[in-house]
Design a protein around this ligand. Structure first.
Ligand code: AMP
Length: 394
């Protein structure tokens, strides 16, 4: 296991905490959803109570290495300061001498926040000199941004190579839950995979074949599998470069006694649009001019039975085109069934999480991962580069 802030002495030390304050902000610079800020409070409070000097660092949006006033972290600072009922000082220019002085003048339990780290092009390039400047601000590095833990950036990876590195409570939670479901799951263990990026999801399936009992596949990725086993998918999205691999995976699943369930019926549309003419097709029997947009009623029923019996569930990706309300039905049903399950349920990925939120059932899920991309990498059996740099127990 990796060390956390509980496992080192932080008293009187300057602690650089890489958080994920990439919150939605509207055109009036008002924060629309502050849950990412609220989620970091236990870690910050722990550090304050244990006499650390805290330097908070985050990105916001995609300024691409340019200063964009709309993407300043000032509104985030104001919200956090309000939540903690504590003043927080702001370092406008990370590279200015005054920022280093500010970090050195912090008293125990005091907090400062750096401006949007992605205002500097050196950040995403993992520039070594830049990482050294960041490291000079602190004695200890704390990784609290799971969503960027798979990226080798200066404030996530570069700095962790220089300073003693531990994780905060949010990252600890993510590591513990993925370790539990991947290494000691209760069975039946069911994976539900959807979405469109076949190249991301196939390595996940390959890795899960040694761990799960059943894999339910929906969404755009299902059509690559249906085509791979000889079905007609009409105009549905297919990754033609992955047909062979998909067929091999189906064979391997049989050998390993893992059930892969593909949709048995589908809602097809003539055009990729909300207003298109729609028809239901059995899987593998699409009309040539239609494409799959959502799973059908029979598939929903089949998936429901499997979800009901599961003791462990991992779900990533919508089973239909979630952007269009008309094709959200399947995904919403899956969200409802997963939320009803009393076992260990873990959900990642933007659309799956959005479905749970829109139905008001997020609280019923054991763990909602804060990192879609990072959790996919973990499900592929890889270690996140930034987590690799966190100190292990001896
Ligand atoms: P991913 O990033 O791989 O999780 O994919 C999410 C995307 O998959 C969403 O934008 C969905 O609209 C898309 N998607 C889901 N089902 C389908 C489908 N049947 N056809 C095309 N795109 C789909």
């Amino acid at each position: 296991m990796k060390k956390t802030i509980r496992d080192i002495d932080v008293a009187g030390k300057r602690v650089f905490v890489r958080v994920d304050y990439n919150v939605p902000i509207n055109s009036d610079l008002k924060i629309v959803d502050d849950s990412r800020i609220v989620a970091t409070i236990p870690t910050i409070n722990y550090l304050v109570e244990h006499g650390a000097k805290i330097i908070l660092c985050s990105h916001l949006g995609r300024p691409n290495g340019q200063v964009e006033p709309k993407l300043s972290l000032r509104p985030v600072l104001a919200r956090l300061s309000q939540l903690l009922n504590k003043p927080i000082s702001f370092a406008e220019d990370i590279l200015d001498k005054s920022t280093l002085a500010m970090s050195k003048n912090l008293k125990d339990g005091e907090i400062m926040m750096l401006e949007n780290i992605r205002f500097y092009k050196q950040e995403e390039k993992n520039d070594e000199a830049f990482a050294k400047k960041l490291a000079a601000l602190a004695d200890i590095f704390v990784l609290e941004a799971y969503a960027t833990a798979h990226r080798k950036h200066a404030s996530t990876y570069g700095i962790a190579k220089i300073l003693p590195a531990v994780c905060g409570f949010l990252v600890e939670q993510e590591l513990l839950i993925f370790d539990k479901i991947l290494n000691k799951p209760e069975h039946p263990f069911v994976a539900i995979l959807g979405g469109a990026k076949v190249s991301d999801k196939l390595p996940v399936i390959e890795n899960l074949l040694d761990k799960v009992d059943t894999i339910l596949i929906g969404g755009g990725m299902a059509y690559t599998f249906v085509k791979a086993i000889g079905g007609n998918v009409g105009m549905s999205v297919v990754d033609n470069t992955k047909l062979e691999l998909a067929a091999k995976i189906m064979d391997k699943a049989k050998e390993k006694n893992v059930k892969i369930l593909l949709p048995i019926d589908n809602i097809g549309a003539k055009e990729f649009s909300e207003n298109s003419e729609v028809k239901v097709f059995s899987s593998g029997f699409f009309a040539d001019d239609y494409q799959g947009m959502d799973i059908g009623k029979k598939t929903i029923k089949m998936f429901k039975k499997v979800i009901k019996k599961a003791k462990t569930i991992i779900w990533n990706g919508p089973v239909g085109v979630y952007e269009y309300e008309r094709f959200r039905h399947g995904t919403n049903k899956i969200a409802k069934y997963v939320a009803k399950n009393k076992g260990t349920t873990v959900v990642g990925g933007g659309d799956s999480v959005a479905a749970l939120q829109s139905l008001g059932v997020s609280k019923k899920i054991t763990h909602i991962s804060t990192g879609g991309g990072a959790s996919l990498m973990v499900l592929q059996g890889k270690t996140l580069p930034c987590v690799e740099l966190i100190e292990d127990f001896e």
